[in-house]
Design a protein around this ligand. Structure first.
Ligand SMILES: NC(=O)c1ccc[n+]([C@@H]2O[C@H](COP(=O)([O-])OP(=O)(O)OC[C@H]3O[C@@H](n4cnc5c(N)ncnc54)[C@H](OP(=O)(O)O)[C@@H]3O)[C@@H](O)[C@H]2O)c1
Length: 345
């Protein structure tokens, strides 16, 4: 069995990791940390895990394990890098601390002078569909941003095929409230958040940096991202508008997506052009590691609209982290992740 621990286990992504790792056939879940709830059962924070006998410990009491998952707010891993590196030979960090590949990008997008800039190249960006071979060889994976995951998986086939034109790609993500984590804020108070359609980041979203970092080598230099909070707990729907550099029809485009994704266990291409379920809907993905995709061709404008949906806490965070973990440990990457969502939900 592979021994693992989760740091920041009382939060939303930590709770999802406990749920997944406790039932993973190759894993022994050793410790789960919370400073606030040390000594208390994990069900204090996660009522869906009420049957588990595991209790939270302080991060100061972490014992050596084979792999450490970090689910902390941005900056905490940087601050305690040496301490955490001493716990396990392999680390998977869900925060943004090592996602961008240059100190300049941290300066530009996060306004921080990254003190461990020399370490950035040692972390593999954790979207397996893009970086599978690198993940198999790396002791360090950094979780990708949840919005970035939804957008990148939608655009990746077009970028690889070299058909994206010179105009910027415009993308809008509609997101659920769990993106903001378990700690409440004035803006997430139920009477304020419930029923909202709030454009909380029309410009300047940090995940833009990740999306452009991934697509730049394919000649895509501008992706303009806006984010809107909607009345949903889990889930992201990304709508990306792409102007092409050549004339292609829907069948050509589906060919590009099939070539790219037909072997992918967690990407589901929706090919129905009629009927009720012809577009991705985040609610049917809740709790699963799937990304559902559909493409829509507008001949009038030579534009493709790509719809991509995920669960932000699963394919956008903890599910994808387990997928990376499986690859990093020589396991089938679907281990512990092969379940569909609920319907109706
Ligand atoms: N939510 C998402 O959809 C999502 C998706 C992808 C990536 N992420 C990233 O994943 C990370 C965790 O997100 P989350 O949504 O799970 O956050 P969260 O619900 O707010 O949980 C944060 C966790 O960090 C712990 N913590 C907070 N401050 C700490 C400190 N100073 N020292 C030690 N532990 C501390 C908390 O434990 P205590 O009980 O001790 O307070 C809690 O367990 C973030 O970096 C986030 O950006 C989130």
């Amino acid at each position: 069995m592979i021994r693992v621990s989760v740091v920041g286990g009382s939060g939303f992504t930590g709770g999802e990791l406990i749920r997944l790792l406790a039932y993973h056939p190759e894993v022994e879940l050793v410790q789960v940390t919370s400073e606030r709830l040390a000594g208390m059962p994990v069900s204090t924070a996660h009522p869906n895990l009420r049957h588990m006998s595991l209790s939270f410990t302080s991060a100061e009491q972490l014992a050596p394990v084979d792999c450490l998952f970090l689910c902390l707010p941005h900056g905490q891993h940087i601050a305690r890098y040496t301490e955490f590196q001493g716990i396990a030979p392999k680390t998977i960090d869900l925060s943004a601390d090592f996602r961008l590949n240059t100190p300049e990008a941290y300066d530009q997008w996060m306004n921080i002078d990254h003190p461990l800039g020399h370490e950035l190249q040692n972390w593999v960006y954790g979207i397996p569909e893009l970086n599978r071979e690198a993940l198999k060889l790396s002791p360090h994976a950094t979780g990708a941003g949840c919005n970035a995951t939804a957008v990148v998986l939608g655009l990746w086939p077009l970028a690889q095929a070299g058909v994206i034109g010179d105009l910027p790609v415009i993308t809008e993500v509609k997101v659920g409230s769990s993106e903001a984590g378990a700690e409440s804020q004035a803006s997430s108070h139920h009477p304020i958040r419930s029923g909202c359609v709030r454009s909380f980041q029309p410009t300047g979203h940090r995940h833009t940096a990740e999306i452009e970092m991934i697509l730049r080598p394919y000649g895509v230099t501008r992706v303009d991202l806006s984010a809107t909070a909607i009345d949903m707990v889990r889930g992201i729907l990304a709508t990306s508008h792409v102007y092409l550099n050549q004339t292609l029809d829907w069948r050509d485009l589906m060919g590009i997506y099939r070539d790219c994704y037909q072997q992918e266990p967690f990407i589901r291409l929706i090919a129905n052009r009629s009927g009720q379920y012809r577009v991705p809907e985040p609610k049917y993905l809740a709790g699963t590691n799937f990304c559902d995709l559909s493409i829509h061709w507008d001949a009038r404008s030579n534009r493709v609209v790509v719809l991509s949906a995920i669960d932000n806490l699963m394919k956008g965070a903890s599910g994808q982290a387990v997928q990376c973990f499986n690859l990093m440990h020589g396991l089938d990457e679907t281990t512990g992740l092969t379940f569909p969502g609920l319907s109706p939900v």
